[in-house]
Write a protein that binds this ligand. Sequence first.
Ligand code: IPE
Ligand code: IPE
Ligand code: MG
Length: 244
Amino acid sequence: MDGLPQPPAPPVHVAIIMDGNGRWAKARGMPRLVGHKRGVEAVRGAVKAAQTLGVKYLTLYGFSSENWRRPEAEVKDLMGLLRLYLRSEIAELHREGVRLRIIGQRTRLSDDINALIDNGERLTEGNHTLTLTLALSYGGRDEIAYAAKCIAEAVKTGTLDPAEIDEETVARHLFTCDMPDPDLLIRTSGEKRISNFLLWQCAYAELVFIDKHWPDFSRDDLESAIREYHGRERRFGASAGTSR
Ligand code: IPE
Ligand code: IPE
Ligand code: MG
C-alpha cells in the first residue's frame, strides 16, 4: 500500500449533544414523547455508524443534571425509555463488542435502572470495538465539583500534597479518567452551546453544530461532521502549521 494516500484517521472520541427531540415532535403536531422515542432510534443508528466509521469512543448526552427540572411526566417518560433501551440493547451491544459505560450522578437514578447499568457495564467491560458512554443525570460542573471533593479528601487524609495537584490530578478524578478527551463535539438542532457537557474534557474539542433535530440524525450526518473535523487545523495553542 506504500505510496497510496491514506484516508485521514477518524476522530478517536466523538461526543454528541443529542438535542431537538421536542421540536422534532412539535413540528409534526405530535407529543414530545414521540420525539424522544424517535431519538432512541437515532441513538441505535449513531452507535452503528460510529462503529463502521472507526470511532473508538462515542459519548452521548442523554439526560443532564438540569433536565430533572423538566415536568415530572416528561422525566418519567425519559426514564421509561432509558429503562427500555437498556433492557433491549445491552445483549446486542455485547454481541457487537461494544463496551457500555455510564457517567453522571448514578444516585439520582432509580434502583432498577442502576441494576441494569451495573449488569451492562459488567457484561461488556472486556469489549473493545467501541466504548459507548451514556451521560445520564450528568453535569460538567457537578463532575468537577465532585473531583474537587475527592482531591480535598485525599489532602485531608495526608495521601496527597496540595503542591502536587495539577491538571492530571483533576482529570484522574473525573468520571472519564480512563478515556481520551473528545476530539469532536457535535450538537444537533441548531443551538450553539455546551449546556454543561464535558466542560473540562472539551477544552480542545472541535465543535460542529448541525441544524437537524436529533431524531433525523443519520450516518451521513456523522460522516459529514467527521469530514468537517478533518478540514480543521487543530492547534492546541501552538502557532498555525506547527501543531502536532
Ligand atoms: C433532547 O431533546 C433530549 C433531552 C434533552 C433529554 P429535547 O427534549 O431537549 O428537545 P428540544 O430541545 O426541546 O426540542
Ligand atoms: C442538553 O440539551 C442535554 C441533553 C441533550 C441531554 P437541553 O435541551 O437540556 O439543553 P438546553 O436547555 O437547550 O441548554
Ligand atoms: Mg433541548
